[in-house]
Design a protein around this ligand. Structure first.
Ligand code: BDR
Ligand code: CA
Length: 313
């Protein structure tokens, strides 16, 4: 039986690859729906991008919902400087024909988890955690009913990318992140510590281009756009590919390694707002509330991506 997942996302070029990887793997993953959240760009554009991605994959049967338009307590911070004005620059995807579902994304999330058998739905979070935290506040019983929350966010050894202390997804809505880490559901974290090892080297980009399908062409186009910023910033041989680590974890957990430890979020300080304080060295006896991934086999990760994405139109 494929594992049931809901993808919560602010697509985003790397989000798009994460979603496409899931859609390319129907034997393992049953995507119940995609919920858009404000993050990389505003909610309306992110939601439109989610529709574009399901159309690219030929999976218009997947319902797409709009969630929250901004963080729980703070002003929205966006990242057009990385993703472009549309949030998905470089992909050249047409405007979608498919439309959003009427229901609010948070209600979809709650109702789906409450009506499915216990511990059978996994949430994949690829953006700020606003929708998931709002669902947890509105219906706290979902925490005990979730199979897992797998999220891209935070960093410990690599510290930050939007400020010296914080990773973007956690920084945008630190109160939401704090709510998720404290909720009691099993949480797996894909922080910058692992995503900074998954680089889009020229050879790996060529493999996407060479897939020979429209998905490969769209991915090569969009990643060529979004990698610019990071290539200049870090001077590495490729840019980090963040969000696909979430869906790759569900398909091939052996690619990754990390440890169960305590993770808490800084919400009070302005200087370190959104810092993920991970007790990776088990210095305290605080509850080990998250599986914190530190490392991954980049070649195996890109092999998985190209092998799966070749299956799409
Ligand atoms: C995260 O921020 C976004 O810009 C990416 O899509 C990813 O989810 C990386 O910090
Ligand atoms: Ca994202």
């Amino acid at each position: 039986m494929p594992r049931k997942i809901i993808i919560d996302s602010d697509p985003g070029q790397d989000d798009a690859v994460a979603i496409l990887l899931a859609l390319a793997s129907p034997e393992e993953l049953d995507v119940l729906g995609i919920v858009a959240v404000a993050g990389n760009v505003g909610l309306a554009r992110n939601a439109k991008n989610a529709l574009r991605i399901v159309e690219l994959a030929g999976r218009t049967d997947i319902p797409v919902f709009a969630g929250c338009p901004g963080p729980m307590m703070r002003k929205l911070v966006t990242a057009e400087h990385v993703h472009g004005d549309t949030g998905l620059d470089g992909s050249n995807l047409p405007d979608p024909v498919k439309t959003l579902e009427d229901r609010h994304g948070v209600d979809f999330l709650i109702e789906t988890v409450m009506s499915a058998p216990e511990n059978t739905v996994t949430l994949c979070a690829l953006g700020p955690l606003t929708n998931i935290a709002t669902a947890l506040v509105k219906e706290p019983r979902i925490a005990a009913r979730l199979e897992e929350i797998v999220l891209m966010g935070g960093a410990y050894f690599e510290v930050g990318n939007i400020t010296p202390a914080a990773e973007f997804n956690i920084y945008v809505d630190p109160e939401a992140a704090a709510t998720v880490f404290a909720c009691g559901a099993p949480v797996t974290v894909m922080p910058l510590d692992v995503t900074h090892k998954m680089l889009t080297t020229p050879g790996r980009m060529k493999a996407f281009r060479d897939l020979g399908n429209r998905t490969g062409a769209a991915i090569a186009g969009m990643l060529s756009f979004s990698e610019h910023f990071d290539l200049q910033k870090y001077g590495w041989d490729g840019a980090p590919l963040h969000d696909p680590c979430v869906t790759a974890w569900l398909l091939a957990p052996d690619i990754f390694s990390g440890r169960q430890c305590n993770v808490e979020i800084e919400t009070a300080s302005e200087l370190t707002r959104g810092m993920t304080v991970a007790d990776y060295w088990l210095i305290t006896d605080k509850p080990r509330n998250a599986m914190f991934i530190r490392d991954g086999d980049a070649d195996a990760f890109y092999r998985l991506l190209t092998e799966r994405l070749a299956r799409l139109p």
